[in-house]
Design a protein around this ligand. Structure first.
Ligand code: SAH
Length: 350
C-alpha cells in the first residue's frame, strides 16, 4: 500500500492495520500531509460543519503533589511561583466567562489536595446553579471513583485526563515510581462508567517516545472511545529533569491531529496552547489539520505566569476579553467559525 491508499483506507474504515499505520506515520511526505489534512477537514465538517468551539479555561491552582518529570509545576520545582485561587474567585471567573459568552468552563489545576471534595462540589454546583446552560469540565487529576461520582452529582459533565502515554515502559520514563499508568487508565474508565464526556490524550515528542508508543496510544484510544482527545507537543521546562530535552515537532502534532480526526470524526479535538507555543500560527494550523476546539484562558491575569507547565507558554499576558477576540480573529482567519455554544459530543446532544 502507498500513503495515498493508506489515507483513503483510514478515511473509509476509520482505522488502519498497525503495520500500515506505522508506515504512514514514518513515511508521510509534506505533499501527502496536505491530502491527509484535507481528508480530516472533510470528516470534521460532516459532524461539525465549520464550527469551532470555545472553552474558557481557569487554571485555578499551580500546587501539585505529583512530580512528573516533564511538568513545570511538579512538586520538586522549587522555583515555580505557586498560587491557588479561593473557591469564590474561581466562581467569579466562571461568571466572567459566562458574561463573555462562554458556555463551557474548564477548571484545571495541579493535584492540589487543599481543595476538599466538598469544596470542588460546592464550586461546581454554584456555577451550575448560577448558569444551568453552562457545561463544567474538570481537569484536576487522579481521584477515586467516589470522588469522580461526587463531582458528577454536583453537576460536572466532562473530565479531561490525558493518559500522557499508553505504553507502560514509556510511562515509567516520564513519571516517578509512585505514579502508575494502571491508575491513570483506571481513572479514565471510571470517569467513562460514571457518564462523563471523557477526554484523554498524550504529548507528542515527549522524551523517549517511540513510534510504537504512539501506536499504543492510538490503540488505547480505541479501547476507551473518548469524547475528547487532547494532544500537543512536549515542550521542555528548564527547571525540570527534562529541561534539556528537545521539544516535540509541529508537523508530528499536526499529522496526529489529522489521523485522530480520521479515526474519530465526531470527537472534540482541541488545537492546544502548546501547539500555539511552538509556532505562532500553531493553533490555526491545528484547526486546518482537523481540530475543532480552542481553549482561551480565563484565569486572572496576575496568576497566569504561575501556571507555567513549559517554557514560553503563550497567552499569559492578556485579559480574558482580549483572549476571546484574539482567538476569534485567529479562527476566522482559517475560514472556520467560532461558536460559543456548549459544543457537546454528538452522543450527548440533548
Ligand atoms: N493535574 C492535571 C492537569 C495537568 S496539566 C492532570 O493530571 O490531568 C495538563 C496537561 O499539560 C498534562 O496532562 C500534560 O499532558 C500537559 N503538559 C504538562 N507538562 C507539559 C510540557 N512540558 N509540555 C507539554 N505539555 C505538558
Amino acid at each position: 500500500m502507498n500513503n495515498i491508499e493508506r489515507i483513503n483506507l483510514l478515511e473509509k474504515e476509520r482505522d488502519l492495520p498497525q503495520e500500515e499505520m506505522r508506515a504512514l506515520l514514518l513515511t508521510i511526505t509534506s505533499e501527502e500531509m496536505e491530502i491527509l489534512s484535507k481528508a480530516a477537514r472533510r470528516q470534521r465538517e460532516i459532524y461539525f460543519g465549520k464550527d469551532v468551539y470555545l472553552r474558557g479555561i481557569i487554571e485555578f491552582s499551580s500546587y501539585c503533589r505529583n512530580d512528573c518529570y516533564y511538568c513545570g509545576i511538579r512538586k520538586s520545582n522549587k522555583k515555580a511561583r505557586r498560587y491557588r485561587l479561593p473557591g469564590d474567585t474561581i466562581i467569579s471567573c466562571a461568571d466572567r466567562g459566562y458574561t463573555l459568552g462562554f458556555r463551557t468552563v474548564v477548571l484545571q489545576s495541579g493535584e492540589d489536595l487543599s481543595y476538599s471534595t466538598d469544596e470542588i462540589c460546592r464550586i461546581v454546583s454554584t456555577i451550575k446553579n448560577d448558569h444551568p446552560d453552562m457545561a463544567v469540565t474538570l481537569s484536576i487529576g487522579e481521584k477515586s471513583k467516589a470522588e469522580y461520582q461526587a463531582y458528577f452529582d454536583a453537576g460536572a459533565e466532562r473530565y479531561l485526563l490525558r493518559e500522557e502515554t499508553a505504553s507502560e515502559a514509556h510511562y515509567m520514563k516520564l513519571h516517578p515510581a509512585e505514579l502508575s499508568l494502571e491508575n491513570r487508565k483506571r481513572c479514565l474508565f471510571d470517569l467513562y462508567d460514571i457518564g462523563y464526556q471523557v477526554g484523554c490524550g498524550f504529548m507528542v515528542g515527549s522524551p523517549y517516545q517511540t513510534q510504537d508508543d504512539i501506536i499504543s496510544d492510538l490503540s488505547f484510544i480505541k479501547t476507551l472511545k473518548p469524547h475528547m482527545i487532547g494532544i500537543g507537543p512536549f515542550i521542555h521546562h528548564s527547571d525540570t529533569p527534562f529541561g534539556n530535552q528537545p521539544d516535540g515537532s509541529l508537523s508530528d502534532t499536526l499529522k496526529l491531529i489529522s489521523i485522530l480526526r480520521l479515526m474519530w470524526p465526531d470527537a472534540l479535538i482541541p488545537a492546544t496552547t502548546a501547539l500555539g507555543t511552538i509556532h505562532p500560527k500553531g493553533r490555526e494550523m491545528g484547526i486546518m489539520a482537523g481540530a475543532n476546539v480552542v481553549m482561551p484562558n480565563l484565569s486572572p491575569k496576575d496568576y497566569r505566569k504561575g501556571y507555567m507547565l513549559y517554557d514560553g507558554k503563550i497567552c499569559t499576558g492578556d485579559e480574558a476579553a482580549e483572549c476571546v477576540s484574539c482567538m476569534t480573529g485567529r479562527i476566522e482567519s482559517t475560514g472556520y467559525k467560532v461558536v460559543m455554544s456548549r459544543g457537546d459530543h454528538p452522543d450527548f446532544r440533548k
